[in-house]
Design a binder for this molecule. Structure first.
Ligand code: COA
Length: 226
């Protein structure tokens, strides 16, 4: 039975813990043994019946067979993945029993597939990706390493999502569109054309996301009509 350490102990890590517990209940040959987190206030606490054992630096002191990273921020997750991979750590795929994954889909090491996610035929999902609750990754998608497809997001057929990109909650990417590396698609957006690398887009159709300039109070009053 593989003993799996979860890296991080925050909200997403607890979702990952629940997935591993449910995999164990469903007969998978693994069991979660606890969390590592660099927040000292958490040491000695428990989440979902599992202990927070100490900081990441203590990893060699904890007997384990594999790890999975439970950190939502893509850059941080990438950095930790690369550090642990360089140390020879093994990564498990955490796949909720209710997720539906096509027989020929390829799922990279350390990827988390949450409840009710769907991954359809011919999809390739890179390492250390999050396919969050109820997202749909349609046939022949290519999802780059360290990307995050947020809850309820829908990717049409043959979509490409670059390394480290975030497709936000409930967003839609129309078939064959590409989302560039490290880009962010805002929650609820509809992507109808290619999104460049390192871009933030939002809205329907998705356009580069503009921060509203800071308004002085009189402008703000004028804007809201008081
Ligand atoms: C698009 C996004 C990246 C913008 O973040 P931001 O630059 O910090 O934006 P702000 O929160 O400062 O908002 C700026 C303006 O954009 C609007 N806005 C924010 N997100 C928006 C979205 N997804 N769609 C449309 N408008 C949005 C805000 O209402 C605000 O408008 P205002 O200035 O008229 O009041 C972010 O809001 C978002 O959608 N992130 C995805 C989060 C997600 O799904 N995470 C997964 C977690 S599981």
């Amino acid at each position: 039975m593989k003993r799996v350490l979860i890296i991080g102990a925050g909200g997403h890590a607890q979702v990952v813990a629940d997935i591993l517990l449910r995999m164990h209940e469903a007969g998978a040959d693994l069991t979660p043994i606890g969390f590592l987190d660099d927040n000292p206030h958490l040491f000695g606490e428990w989440r979902l019946g599992l202990p927070i054992l100490g900081p990441l630096a203590a990893i060699d002191a904890v007997d384990h067979d594999a790890v999975v990273i439970g950190i939502g921020d893509n850059r941080t997750r990438q950095a930790i993945y690369e550090r642990l991979a360089a140390c020879g750590e093994r990564f498990v795929v955490a796949r909720h029993p209710s997720a539906i994954v096509a027989h020929d889909a390829v799922i990279g090491a350390g990827t988390v597939i949450a409840a009710r996610a769907i991954v359809n035929a011919g999809a390739h999902v890179g390492v250390n990706v999050i396919l969050n609750s109820g997202c749909i990754v349609e046939h022949h998608n290519r999802i780059g390493a360290h990307a995050h497809i947020a809850p309820g997001a829908t990717l049409g057929g043959a979509v490409t999502v670059g390394e480290g990109a975030l497709v936000g909650i409930g967003a839609t990417v129309l078939p064959q569109c590409a989302v560039g590396a490290w880009s962010v698609v805002g929650g609820g957006a509809v992507v109808t054309a290619a999104v460049d690398d390192d871009l933030v887009v939002s809205g329907i159709p998705a356009r580069p996301h503009m921060k509203t300039p800071t308004l002085i109070p009189s402008q703000r009053r004028a804007r809201v009509g008081v």
